[in-house]
Write a protein that binds this ligand. Structure first.
Ligand SMILES: Nc1nc2c(ncn2[C@@H]2O[C@H](COP(=O)(O)OP(=O)(O)OP(=O)(O)O)[C@@H](O)[C@H]2O)c(=O)[nH]1
Ligand SMILES: [Mg+2]
Length: 308
């Protein structure tokens, strides 16, 4: 997650190819016309189909209507104008995860539905934080699945971070407590806590997350300092419902959106930004440790419209 370099921009653009292909090819068919109500309605439909959400789609087309186009407008001009407006919607939420050095450790609870990419994201965050010279400890708080502990241990080895784990079925809150004690004793900078994505039901998951939070607060009343919700972009509009559900369970402080490489639904980031205004700390475009970067509004907007 080091600064966006040329290689990363190319990967972001390639990752967003399915999303941008949908929007750009739709716009290509609309170029050369005057900006009138019919054209704007077609663009609005296109943006909704690309998962940007009805609210943002309406505002973006209203913005196009205000832009002064002299005569027929080319598809390229439409793309440039939309990219500028989309970047303006995304800019307020593009905020990197801020580690407060006054917290030792800075405690990050990672939540999300099963399969959204929590454990992988923790691995990627660990790599990034280690790269910044910080010490990191991982807590295998997903005690529900045996394979989950193993998966986190592999990430621990890969990134050189100790992993605190218990037996499968162990109490997640007890494990989180133990991890925080260990991280404190070791003077660790950041503690990343994995959680189960699915328990027997929603109430079970909520109970567990609340208990983890409660137990951490016995040691540090400010814990967790960040509660990151990991969202899988391929779920499209369902990501909005997931934010709503998790916000009702815990105080979500920020989002990380994964799997932007495999989906045509990357536009959902615009819908998320518009609806919740929660910081989007980073985005994932692959399964590797280096396939995550801070979310950059203009880069993403241009990638979404297939612009260089
Ligand atoms: N293509 C792609 N795959 C990803 C990305 N992030 C995670 N994955 C893959 O998605 C799958 C699920 O990721 P996990 O990190 O195990 O998800 P999880 O939320 O921890 O899942 P549970 O522990 O079952 O709740 C794995 O196969 C990951 O390699 C991404 O950005 N892009
Ligand atoms: Mg997991």
């Amino acid at each position: 997650m080091t600064g966006p370099g040329g290689g990363w921009l190319a990967r972001l653009k390639a990752g967003l190819a399915k999303s941008s292909g949908r929007i750009a090819s739709g716009l290509a068919g609309l170029g050369g016309r005057r900006v009138d109500a019919a054209l704007l309605a077609e663009i609005e439909d296109l943006l909704i189909a690309a998962d940007l959400g009805p609210g943002p789609a309406a505002r973006l087309t209203a913005g196009l209507a205000r832009a002064t186009f002299n005569g027929p407008v080319s598809a390229d001009d439409l793309r440039e104008a939309l990219a500028r407006e989309i970047a303006a919607i995304l800019a307020p939420v593009a905020r990197p995860l801020a580690i407060d050095p006054a917290h030792r450790p800075h405690i990050v609870l990672v939540v999300g539905v099963n399969g959204s990419g929590k454990t992988t994201t923790i691995g990627k965050l660990a790599r990034h934080l280690r790269g910044e010279g910080r010490s990191v400890m991982l807590a295998a708080g997903d005690t529900f699945r045996a394979a989950a502990v193993e998966q986190l241990q592999i990430w621990g080895e890969r990134t050189g971070c100790p992993v605190v784990s218990g037996k499968p079925g162990a109490d997640a809150a007890g494990l989180a407590y133990e991890a925080l004690e260990k991280a404190r004793a070791a003077g660790t900078d950041v503690l990343l806590i994995d959680t189960a994505g699915r328990l027997h039901n929603k109430a079970g998951l909520m109970d567990e997350l609340l208990k983890v939070q409660r137990v951490l607060r016995k040691l540090d009343p400010g814990a967790p300092h960040d509660c990151l919700l990991v969202l899988d972009a391929t779920t499209g509009q369902n990501a909005l419902a997931q934010v709503q559900t998790f916000k009702e369970m815990v105080a979500v402080t920020g989002l990380i959106v994964t799997k932007l490489d495999g989906t045509a639904r990357g536009g959902v980031l615009v819908a998320l930004a518009d609806r919740f205004g929660l910081p989007v700390h980073a985005i994932g475009v692959g399964e590797g440790a280096d396939d995550m970067r801070p979310f950059a509004a203009a880069d993403f907007a241009r990638g979404l419209l297939d612009l260089a």
